[in-house]
Design a protein around this ligand. Structure first.
Ligand code: SAM
Length: 380
């Protein structure tokens, strides 16, 4: 980070890293990220997110704004504390912004719907490239929407910013040639497909309770469906109406003496083989739906993986011990979550351990399904 940071140095940094496609270079140089960033930002560090204030630390704030970093711009927990744990809005990492815009493949005259205005920076990039009248952005948090509108106006851009749930899109301005979400989704809202022109493209971060996440690029069909592959990795904060239950242990603690009442067994599946392998973890997330995971670390390399399905109250623990070949499991509730993970892992291995980019998703009016290699056949 240098004292001479500017939109130009940021664009250069992204170009040198191979992350900024040629059609977007001028736009990234032209739109000043600084104009969209609040005076207090939060940077991830030990124990959570730590504030950096423009007034008290202007050089650091300035350098961060033009660095290739995600900047948390709002936190849910008390923002006067020195450490925050739960971010609720951010300016995404510039290389991720650039990658998603490249995947969107916009062209002159195209209309774009964005879900998740946040700071307004991405909306400004789209407006600068395509023209204000071609861009609609929806933000669920009224305060953020208002601030983004003001910042966009001050910076000289005027895309339409709607306060509302982006899952509903913006039917009044539909159809759109392109749709981009900048919050993670699991269930792709059908409204977004319905509001996309046939042949149009939808780019969104997608995830499961066990893996957040991947970048999905759908193409809308003539038949009212949309289909396409996962094209890379992309971890975003969840859409506010989709965030999985955060506190896995809350499900476990609902019971008195949880482990004493659970079914115990031993497993030969090393939890590191599933959760230490991104492709296995992605597959488990697809095949074991509505399941969340957390890890508690013990002494000498021991750890426990906890899985929970909040809705059914089912939970599982697996105790990892270094050098062991079998591990204790405790399972409780109508779902046997570890058994489901074992089945998912076996399926993934039997399919020759596919990479997550070999999967894709199809959205129909009645639901969605994940497929491997070619659209058409849902996974087992
Ligand atoms: C990572 S930030 C977006 C970054 C933004 N595109 C930018 O350029 O700064 C995610 C945003 O999505 C918003 N959001 C979450 N769920 C939403 C929903 N269902 N509809 C609209 N906005 C949503 C959050 O309030 C947050 O501001």
């Amino acid at each position: 980070m240098s004292g001479e940071s500017s939109p130009t140095t940021l664009a250069q940094q992204l170009t040198e890293a191979g992350c900024l496609a040629e059609p977007w270079r001028d736009t990234f140089t032209q739109v000043d990220r600084k104009r969209f960033i609040p005076d207090r930002i939060w940077i991830h560090g030990e124990g959570g997110y730590h504030p950096v204030n423009r007034t008290t630390d202007p050089d650091r704030w300035n350098a961060l704004v033009y660095d290739d970093q995600a900047l948390v711009t709002q936190v849910e927990d008390d923002s006067d504390t020195a450490t925050a744990l739960v971010p609720s809005s951010s300016a995404s990492m510039p290389r991720v912004v650039a990658t998603m815009l490249d995947a969107l493949a916009v062209d002159d005259g195209m209309t774009v719907l964005e879900v998740g205005t946040g700071t307004g920076y991405n909306a400004a990039l789209l407006a600068a490239r395509l023209g204000d009248q071609y861009v609609v952005s929806v933000e669920m948090d009224p305060r953020l929407a208002d601030t983004a509108r003001e910042r966009l106006k001050d910076a000289g851009y005027a895309p339409t910013v709607i306060t509302g749930d982006g899952a509903e899109g913006c039917p009044a301005r539909a159809p759109y040639d392109r749709v981009i979400a900048t919050c993670a989704l699991h269930t792709v809202p059908y409204a977004l497909v319905e509001q996309t022109t046939p042949g149009g493209v939808i780019v969104l971060p997608w995830g499961t309770g066990l893996y957040n996440g991947v970048l999905l690029r759908l193409t809308a069909g003539e038949d009212g469906t949309a289909s396409g592959p996962f094209i890379g990795d992309s971890a975003f904060m969840w859409s506010r109406n989709e965030a999985p239950e955060r506190d896995v242990m809350a499900t476990v603690r609902k019971q008195d003496r949880p482990r004493a009442t659970a079914t115990t067994a031993r497993t030969s599946l090393d939890p590191r083989d599933v959760f230490g392998d991104e492709n296995a973890a992605f597959t488990a997330g697809v095949l074991v739906p509505d399941c969340r995971c957390t890890v508690g670390h013990g002494p000498d390399g021991e750890f426990t993986v906890w899985l929970a399905d909040h809705a059914t109250g089912s939970w599982t623990s697996v105790d990892y011990v270094p050098d062991a070949t079998e591990f204790d499991t405790h399972q409780h509730g109508p779902r046997r979550l570890w058994s489901e993970v074992e089945t998912a892992y076996e399926w993934w291995q039997s399919a020759c351990s596919p990479d997550r980019t070999r999967y894709g998703l199809t959205v129909t009016p009645t639901g969605q399904y994940v497929w491997l290699d070619t659209p058409g056949a849902p996974l087992p």
